[in-house]
Design a protein around this ligand. Structure first.
Ligand SMILES: CC(C)(COP(=O)(O)OP(=O)(O)OC[C@H]1O[C@@H](n2cnc3c(N)ncnc32)[C@H](O)[C@@H]1OP(=O)(O)O)[C@@H](O)C(=O)NCCC(=O)NCCS
Length: 183
């Protein structure tokens, strides 16, 4: 998978495939779903290029460039050198190994390009695909946030996962670019 900047034409596709699925949005965002007018600047997929702490990418297939989802490195903290990872794939692109690959690319961006030392993922405790995508990349479960998410009429637990740069095992093709954990 590849990550690239958000293009204007991506926005309506991501809104239709991700945002308009009320259950998916309620589960993934931690905020109540509300109707957003098509073309609104309030869409979660409209990017402000001046925003330094919350970076949004579009996920594309390297072969052909088809848009398959959205990914973010958010809460970038250059003092503590940490950030959070978020992602959502269009329904037809789930369950094909893409999520695991996107987490790997975000780790590369966070650790190698940005020099971060800690990446974090929060997800609902029943989101098996997200948990597995994170754990396949070396994230470890650090805790359960009990009843922390109000989702479609019930409180659900969230799992907090973390990965430190010295624990990260990039794929063999990236080994030579692995950062020095002492710096
Ligand atoms: C969560 C998400 C990003 C995962 O990406 P994905 O491409 O579907 O996941 P993958 O195909 O890489 O699968 C990862 C692992 O989870 C497993 N898995 C996938 N879907 C599963 C499911 N519904 N139930 C149980 N396991 C599942 C896969 O078998 C794989 O395990 P393996 O490596 O042992 O074979 C994607 O499903 C998605 O966008 N879901 C909706 C939005 C969302 O939940 N975002 C996360 C919010 S925190």
């Amino acid at each position: 998978m590849g990550l690239r900047a958000r293009h204007e034409e991506d926005v309506p596709i991501l809104e239709a495939g991700l945002y308009e699925d009320v259950v998916n949005t309620s589960r993934a965002t931690g905020t109540p779903w509300r109707p957003i007018t098509p073309g609104s600047k309030d869409s979660q997929f409209v990017v402000d290029d001046k925003e330094q702490r919350n970076l949004q990418f579009s996920v594309v297939e390297l072969d052909g460039g088809a848009l398959v989802g959205s990914a973010s490195l958010w809460g970038v903290d250059d003092h503590n050198r940490s950030a959070h990872i978020g992602l959502g794939l269009l329904p037809s692109s789930r369950g094909k190994g893409y999520g695991t690959d996107v987490v790997a690319v975000l780790c590369h961006y966070g650790f190698v390009v940005r020099g971060l030392r800690r990446l974090q993922i929060e997800t609902l405790a029943d989101n098996a695909a997200m948990l597995r995508s994170a754990e396949r990349n070396g994230f470890v479960r650090e805790g359960v946030l009990r009843s922390s998410a109000w989702v479609m009429g019930e409180f659900l637990d969230e799992v907090l996962l973390g990965l430190l740069v010295q624990e990260w095992r990039p794929d063999p093709g990236n080994q030579e670019r692995r950062p020095d954990p002492e710096n």
